[in-house]
Design a protein around this ligand. Structure first.
Ligand SMILES: [Zn+2]
Length: 402
């Protein structure tokens, strides 16, 4: 039996009065999701337990059957794994933004969405000047990079400020501070690296060029999201299945890697509305020749939710259905189980993640359905009265375990 799980990030929503009291899933035309729902088992799933933060970290862990309240996942280590940085159990990883500082103020958390090529030069420059055995910078995409501090003497018990939440604040009010005695050296080092980065980056030719073109400079490294490599039990040891993950999002990739799954890179996957949906379907079908289970993650509905754009979210759902799911279903052979689910809700009227339970549908070929729904949307699956309280319950249902 082969397993495919298609995750629409932030796809769940709430009824929007302005659009006839419908959710984007209710308004969208998605015959392939409906086919899975009408032949399979549907319900609602609580992916985010009360004590977990509302976001894709907790939700993705849940969908893979892990309890997010049990595993502390920092953004740093997940992104470190996703960019291919070597990460030992003792190391501490941080997300490292390239930000714009002007007159002592944090003015842009993304350095004007600096290009990957320019950022790579800046980060490699930092690594040459500031990197040494214990300190290593790894370039990622655009403004998103990684810092790894190696060895037990460093600690993730530091308070950091996610820069996107502190735009407009004076940098001097946002120092990294230790939350425990053993983290004092770590905090000191991070503040020193940040200060030195400013001096080195401001005079870098890449930034001189950007300034001349009227663009924001990436003139400071900003550290946040600390953590050690999470000790998550491996999926194949728990379930005897070899898995692979297709996603353009570092958090999802990192969780897959922690669970012992392989990453499959689709060249045109962007994590945005222009992603290569067909490519994701084709790579997933090919991956199923080698792996027992493939997770296909699509970020676009979440982005539309954050933008508060109902029509864009409807379009993202329809693209996912027609261009990815339809292509996948027509290519599947032999015995298979296919599931479709949202990781969490990103309601267009809230514009951020919420704890609402999410709809799921699971269809196992040649098996009679116990809870079919006419359509795949929040209200249709809710009316069936099946609410799974945990990701563990979901993965058991998905894998057909007792
Ligand atoms: Zn989101």
């Amino acid at each position: 039996m082969k397993f495919v799980l298609v995750i629409g990030d932030g796809m769940a929503d709430r009824p929007v009065e302005k659009f006839g009291g419908k959710t984007p899933l209710e308004a969208a035309h998605h015959p392939h999701m409906d086919e899975i729902a009408s032949k399979g088992t549907c319900g609602l799933l609580q992916t985010i337990p009360p004590k977990a933060a509302t976001g894709s970290e907790a939700a993705t862990l849940s969908l893979l059957g892990y309890n997010p309240e049990k595993y502390s996942l920092g953004r740093g280590p997940l992104e470190a794994l996703a960019v291919g940085a070597p990460l030992g159990w003792d190391d501490v990883a941080f997300r490292c933004n390239l930000v714009t500082e002007r007159d002592g103020i944090l003015v842009d958390y993304s350095a004007g969405h600096i290009t990957t090529e320019e950022a790579r030069e800046l980060i490699q420059g930092l690594n040459q000047k500031l990197g040494r055995g214990e300190v290593a910078f790894y370039p990622g995409l655009s403004y998103r990079h990684v810092l790894v501090l190696r060895g037990r003497k460093y600690s993730p018990a530091v308070r950091c400020f996610p820069p996107h939440s502190f735009v407009g604040h004076p940098v001097s009010t946002l120092p990294v501070t230790p939350l425990a005695e053993e983290a004092e050296e770590t905090a000191r080092l991070l503040n020193r690296l940040a200060a030195e980065s400013k001096a080195l980056l401001t005079s870098h030719p890449v930034n001189m060029r950007r300034a001349a073109e009227g663009k924001s400079m990436g003139n400071m490294a900003w550290f946040w999201g600390p953590g050690r490599r999470p000790r998550v039990p491996l999926f194949h040891e728990l379930h005897g299945l070899r898995g692979a993950v297709i996603s353009a999002v570092d958090i999802v990739k990192g969780i897959g890697l922690c669970a012992g799954m392989e990453l499959i890179t689709v060249p045109g996957a962007t994590g945005y509305f222009d992603t290569d949906y067909e490519g994701k379907a084709d790579y997933a079908l090919r991956a199923l020749e080698k792996y027992d289970m493939v997770i296909v993650h699509v970020e676009a509905p979440d982005e539309a939710g954050h933008l508060g754009d109902f029509h864009l979210k409807v379009k993202a759902i329809e693209d996912l259905d027609r261009r990815l799911l339809g292509r996948l279903l027509s290519g599947l052979e032999g015995d298979y189980t296919v599931g479709v689910v949202a990781d969490h809700a990103t309601p267009v009227e809230v514009r951020t993640h919420t704890r609402d339970p999410v709809p799921f549908a699971v269809y196992r070929k040649a098996e009679a359905s116990s809870k079919p729904a006419k359509r795949f949307d929040e209200a249709s699956v809710k009316s069936l009265g099946l609410l799974l309280e945990s990701g563990e319950a979901f993965i058991r249902l998905f894998l057909g375990l007792p």
